[in-house]
Unconditional design. Structure first.
Lengths: 364, 100
């Protein structure tokens, strides 16, 4: 349905897209992932000609987009785009926002457009907000309206550029749910996203962009489970990880907890597991680590692939497994860790102590 | 954590309604508030309907309160939610405390 060949785009002589090629079939759900600044947005914008490529070819169906004779407005109607910023018209109601393009560009009669708009509002769960102004809605609700507005044009392809990046973590899921439901309708979708677990769950294929090319592509299982190339691997590992330098004398448990929770929400970890990981972390930090050392490095990994969590604490000092200590203060903490963790390992490497805890994995 | 207390007419039954999280940060406050309220109390009821998280710091305070009451009366925990109950079970506290 979309065929991209050797696409190139530079800004002021600096190449962003060096040689991007991709084949996207009808009904596919493609996720595009990759580090910041590697041209993911630029690529999407080239697809619907918000940017003009320097070289290469884009075929949508049998239309060559870069032909001077191509009807660009017609193409844009076929290809809807949802941005990070929702860009609703602030002085129009939700309903009017959705009806605007169908009435003006497609010249659909108002009664019909209205019917369609209400139907779409229902599918995004916002029927009761039809008469509200955008400012009366939360960010998540505004983004759902923006999606409904895009769908009102009945596009064959929808492009999403980080639709949840501007949202408060508590609102991410409601938007992802709408996109997930949409993915089951057979529409073709290309989604640039940092929500790895989501990409894994909904995509038919994942493109990893880096160095101005599609550096690696594959099924979600291939890209998240066993990426082949070094940059893909490093990226997947980084996205699944949160790192802290903890200092006993400068530690704010609540601030720490909310950072961990935001991360866990984005990895789509459910509430009960999030509570469990918070408890393990508090016990580990307050009752096992801080009584023994001032500074610790902490890494928290939540696999987008399996939902498993791994906590690693690293510190320098004598090799002594704090989980084997018998101080009374740490006793309850050790009990909790032993019940909540499927694996607990201590090791010393290069005079660094490493304590590894795993949650929700297979018990060894 | 939020906390409110009420006593019955003769001051022998103290009900403490706790909300939120009892953890390293909030446990000392719970301990302080209880400390000022024991006098004359025969039955201390901790209503945990609004408590969604308890860590070992919280358990220690609850244990302390239980010991404090054990000579002259008793401590009863009410409306403990499932997650919190699991923490009691993991540490064997469910055996030691009166949980209704
Ligand atoms: N209109 C523009 N003019 C000049 N440079 C631009 C323009 N748009 C993008 N760039 C540059 O092109 C590069 C790629 O940008 P792009 O927004 O496509 O990256 P991205 O992969 O979407 O990154 P992110 O994950 O941060 O959204 C960046 O270095 C950016 O500064
Ligand atoms: Mg971008």
């Amino acid at each position: 349905m979309i065929s991209v060949k050797h696409l190139c785009k530079s800004y002021n002589g600096a190449p962003v897209l060096r040689n991007v090629s991709a084949e996207i079939g009808r009904g596919e759900i493609i996720s595009i992932i990759g580090p910041s600044g590697t041209g993911k947005s630029t690529f999407l914008r080239c697809l619907n000609l918000l940017e003009h490529p320097d070289a290469g070819e884009i075929l949508v169906g049998h239309t060559n987009l870069l032909d001077p004779g191509t009807d660009v407005p017609e193409l844009r109607m076929k290809m809807g785009m949802v941005f990070q910023q929702f860009n609703l018209f602030p002085h129009m109601t939700v309903l009017e926002n959705i009806m605007l393009a169908p009435c003006t560009l497609r010249r659909i009669p108002r009664t019909k457009a209205r019917e369609k708009a209400l139907e779409l509002l229902k599918t995004v769960g916002l029927l009761d907000k039809a008469e509200a102004l955008p400012e009366e809605l939360s960010g998540g609700q505004q983004q759902r309206v923006a999606i409904a507005r895009t769908l009102a044009m009945e596009p064959e392809i929808v492009l999403f550029d980080e639709p949840t990046s501007a949202l408060d973590p508590t609102m991410v899921n409601e938007v992802l749910t709408v996109i997930r439901n949409l993915s089951k309708t057979g529409i073709t979708m290309i989604i640039v996203t940092h929500e790895m677990r989501f990409a894994r769950d909904v995509s038919t294929r994942v493109l990893y962009m880096d160095e101005g090319i599609v550096y690696e592509e594959g099924t979600p299982q291939e890209i998240f489970g066993s990426p082949k190339r070094p940059r893909t691997r490093a990226f997947i590992r980084r996205m699944d990880m949160l790192c802290f330098e903890l200092d006993k004398f400068d530690f704010d448990l609540y601030h720490f907890r909310s950072e961990v929770d935001d991360f866990a929400v984005r990895q789509m970890m459910e509430q009960k597991k999030r509570n469990a990981i918070q408890l393990v972390l508090e016990e580990l930090i307050e009752n096992i680590l801080f009584p023994r050392m001032e500074k610790t490095q902490l890494e928290i990994g939540i696999s987008a692939e399996s939902g498993e969590a791994e906590i690693r604490a690293l510190w320098t000092g004598p090799a002594e497994n704090p989980l084997n200590a018998d101080d009374e203060a740490g006793q309850m903490a050790r009990m909790i860790l032993s019940k909540r963790c499927s694996q607990r390992e201590f090791a010393q490497e290069d005079s660094r102590n490493i304590l590894t805890l795993k949650l929700f994995g297979e018990t060894k | 954590m939020n906390l409110s207390m009420k006593k019955n007419e003769d001051g022998t039954v103290l009900t403490v309604i706790v909300d939120g999280s009892i953890d390293t940060v909030t446990a000392p406050e719970l301990e302080n508030r209880l400390e000022g309220a024991y006098a004359g109390v025969k039955e201390l009821i901790l209503d945990f309907a609004g408590v969604d998280y308890v860590s070992s710091a919280g358990l220690r305070v609850i244990m302390g309160a239980d010991q404090r009451m054990s000579g002259t009366g008793r401590l009863i925990l009410k409306n403990v939610n499932e997650d919190v109950r699991e923490v009691f079970e993991m540490t064997g506290f469910d055996e030691l405390l009166n949980i209704e």
